[in-house]
Design a protein around this ligand. Structure first.
Ligand code: NOJ
Length: 446
């Protein structure tokens, strides 16, 4: 039976921002360095991509969208979308090509990009670690290297010192739960392992790294606002009446969605998952290390009990329309997760990513409007949502899916590197315009 949230999304208004939105709401686009820059050959992904069969169609990231050489043009594109914010990441392997050696030219390049954004009135949100590790660090054990947290701390400190004048909003890590799952449980991503003990260690290490990086940023960058970007799945039991399915759905909630932020709230790194070593590690520095909760939202999953799946949780798609990635589009899930994040942590929330694989470009306008509506509904209910970043500005290198999936508000013709406008971009711009209009507040709501 459809819930009242589901019914709300059957007819999304042309203007989804019926409730008063905060005047300084961040309406932005998101990218990551390895996926768009091109030439990021010194990291673990560049090495992993060469393994036969690792990436769809045998693709490698290679020149990606050549963003490294197109800063002016791409900044102008962001501006033309009416965005007031851009979430981007630093490529650690370029900035620290050897342990302890900072590459001055690479840092200057980062500064130039930030300066361009600022000059265009676009607020940057900078992610330190968006999956890729310098190869020298990967060779020493990557996330489970004994000094990983201290290495991330040193990188954060350098970034804060050099770039703090340009950046207020920081994400320490991106999707730590995904990096742990694909890197150490399913083995589809670097380092390509299937080892649950190491998976648990990688998870703890990412949290330790976050705590140290947050402290380093606070010390080196005055006024820094610190968050992370965690991938959240709306997990619902496939058969609500069947207790094993309910249990399996709760494993996704407890084992995948919340452990990272719970650890920060509690000052204890904790993992209690069927089939994994138990983890219970107090780390007081975690408390207070977060100023906002970042949510990457892409999917609902209907979950059944499956003894062969990780965590005994078999994931299925619901009945709605699906993206090219085969994921059901389910905007009501974003509303529910925004509510839950606020109830759980009582911190401002930012949608650090949301987007859809849609090569034809025909799904994205409705998708965008419906998810903007989910954000507006949450705001109307009193959830302090401070921003929304659409993934992505441009088509880009989509990890193991190579160039098969297209997420861009601009389509990229990778042969010529031409950027082409899409209906999704037009809708993004229209919504930006609505956000900035004087608000109607009375008598209408979500
Ligand atoms: C989340 C990841 O952070 C990003 O790198 C990826 O491209 C998008 N999801 C789309 O799958």
């Amino acid at each position: 039976m459809a819930s009242s949230d589901d019914r709300r999304f059957t007819a999304v208004p042309e203007n989804p921002f019926m409730a008063a939105m905060p005047a300084d709401f961040l309406w932005g686009v998101a990218t990551s360095a390895h996926q768009v820059d091109g030439g990021t050959t010194g990291n673990d992904w560049a090495h992993f991509e060469r393994r036969p069969g690792a990436i769809a169609d045998g693709a490698v990231s290679g020149p990606a969208a050549d963003h490294w050489n197109r800063l002016e043009e791409d900044t102008q594109l962001i501006r033309e979308l009416g965005a007031n914010a851009h979430r981007l990441s630093l490529e650690w392997s370029r900035l620290e090509p050897e342990p302890g050696h900072w590459d001055a030219a690479a840092w200057e390049h980062a500064e130039r990009e930030l300066a361009l954004l600022k000059a265009a009135g676009i607020e940057p949100m900078l992610t330190l670690l968006h999956f890729t590790l310098p190869q020298w660090l990967a060779q020493r054990g990557g996330l489970v290297a004994g000094d990983f947290p201290q290495r991330l701390e040193a990188f954060a400190s350098e970034a804060g010192r050099r770039l703090g004048g340009w950046v207020r909003l920081w994400c320490t890590v991106n999707e730590p739960n995904v990096q742990m799952l694909y890197g150490y449980v399913t083995g589809q991503w670097p380092p390509g392992l299937r080892d649950r003990t190491l998976a648990t260690r990688a998870f703890a290490s990412l949290l330790q790294g976050h705590a140290l990086a947050a402290r380093a940023l606070r010390n080196s960058c005055r006024g820094a606002r610190i968050g992370a970007a965690v991938h959240l799945v709306l997990a619902e039991p496939l058969r609500r009446w069947w207790p094993p399915d309910r249990l399996a759905a709760s494993v996704v909630e407890r084992g995948f969605n919340w452990p990272f932020y719970d650890a920060i709230r509690d000052g204890v790194i904790r993992l209690r998952l069927p089939g994994y070593p138990r983890l219970e590690q107090p780390l007081a520095e975690l408390r207070g290390s977060l100023d906002f909760v970042g949510i990457n939202y892409y999917r609902r999953n209907l979950v059944d009990f499956d003894p062969f799946a990780p965590g005994f949780a078999g994931l299925h798609q619901g009945p709605g329309l699906r993206s090219d990635a085969g994921l059901e589009m389910y905007p009501a899930g974003l509303l529910q997760l925004l509510r839950r994040a606020w109830q759980r942590y009582r911190l401002p929330v930012i949608v650090t990513e949301n987007g859809v694989a849609d090569a034809a470009g025909s799904l994205r306008p409705d998708y965008l409007r419906a998810h903007a509506y989910a954000v507006a509904c949450a705001v109307a209910e009193g959830v302090p949502v401070q921003g929304y970043f659409h993934w992505s500005l441009l088509d880009n290198f989509e990890w193991t899916d190579g160039y098969r999936l297209r997420f861009g508000l601009y389509r990229v013709d990778f042969a010529s590197q031409r950027r082409l406008a899409t209906p999704g971009g037009d809708e993004f711009r229209r919504l930006a315009g609505l956000l900035r209009r004087p608000r109607r507040t009375a008598g209408i709501g979500c």
